[in-house]
Design a protein around this ligand. Structure first.
Ligand code: COA
Length: 236
């Protein structure tokens, strides 16, 4: 079964940046708006805490590879844990004030969106039948998370035009042949705090995923870290 964790960006203190590695920090430095930098921090701290717990490893020692499995380029592939457990997959998404991560023992894709972030559904992302079913931006946001979750599960992202994937209601109806058959995937809508909506795609049959707040996970990590910094040093 897949596990999903989410956290508010403002719940992750800057002190937890010590969990990031050199590559994460270099990426973070290149992000310009401070809000986006904080969102990156929240997402990758959550990823490290969740995967560290799952794998029984030090969250700060985890390394990630972003090589694209499609074209071999080093930077835009779906991130995977280096030397992780066989079959373990994860997917992360961050938008506005929320970051979320999904972990599964099968290929998994997660997308979250802010259902109030726009006014008109952007027609170019949807098939004709999807457009007819989308009355509002909130309808679009929900539908979009279902489509993007599939694209993220297969590690291709928007390199595949979203009109090549069709979701009607919560059912995947069509996708490019190279990605298999619609029946190969399970889609689930996620209960997230408003105004956020999110969906999960898993390759294979899947029940409802467990969805949890990561507030305690983050709070505990911050407390452990601050108490270890306060511990008096023993001079020899
Ligand atoms: C994957 C993608 C759809 C996510 O975009 P988004 O909706 O703006 O952002 P989200 O917050 O939902 O997800 C971002 C996370 O997706 C993950 N991600 C990046 N590339 C991914 C991919 N190919 N597949 C799955 N997940 C991917 C990353 O963890 C990223 O977070 P990070 O930038 O902090 O590391 C988008 O980044 C994309 O299409 N990338 C292009 C991939 C590409 O060029 N492929 C070419 C194949 S030849």
């Amino acid at each position: 079964m897949a596990d999903v964790w989410y956290v508010g960006v403002d719940q992750v203190p800057e002190s937890l940046a010590v969990l990031l590695d050199g590559r994460d920090r270099a990426r973070r430095r290149q992000i310009l708006p401070a809000a986006d930098r904080n969102r990156f921090l929240a997402a990758w701290v959550l990823v490290r805490l969740v995967l560290g717990e799952k794998l029984g490893r030090d969250p700060a020692a985890l390394r990630f590879d972003r090589t694209c499995t499609h074209c071999g380029a080093p930077g835009h592939g779906k991130p995977v844990v280096e030397a992780g457990a066989p079959g373990l997959d994860f997917s992360l998404s961050h938008v506005g004030g929320l970051a979320a991560v999904a972990v599964s023992d099968r290929a998994v894709g997660l997308d979250v969106e802010d259902s109030t972030a726009g006014e008109q559904p952007p027609a170019s992302a949807l098939t004709e039948r999807e457009r007819a079913a989308c009355g509002s931006y909130a309808d679009f946001a929900r539908l979009w998370t279902r489509k993007e979750a599939v694209l993220k599960a297969v590690g291709r992202g928007l390199a595949i035009h979203p009109q090549r994937i069709e979701v009607l209601g919560s059912t995947l109806r069509a996708l490019p042949e190279e990605l298999g058959r619609p029946a190969d995937y399970s889609l689930s809508d996620l209960p997230l705090p408003a105004p956020y909506v999110g969906s999960l795609a898993v390759l294979g049959p899947e029940g409802a995923p467990s969805v949890r707040s990561g507030t305690d996970l983050v709070g505990d990590a911050a407390r452990v870290l601050s108490s270890s910094f306060r511990r008096p040093r023993i001079h020899r």
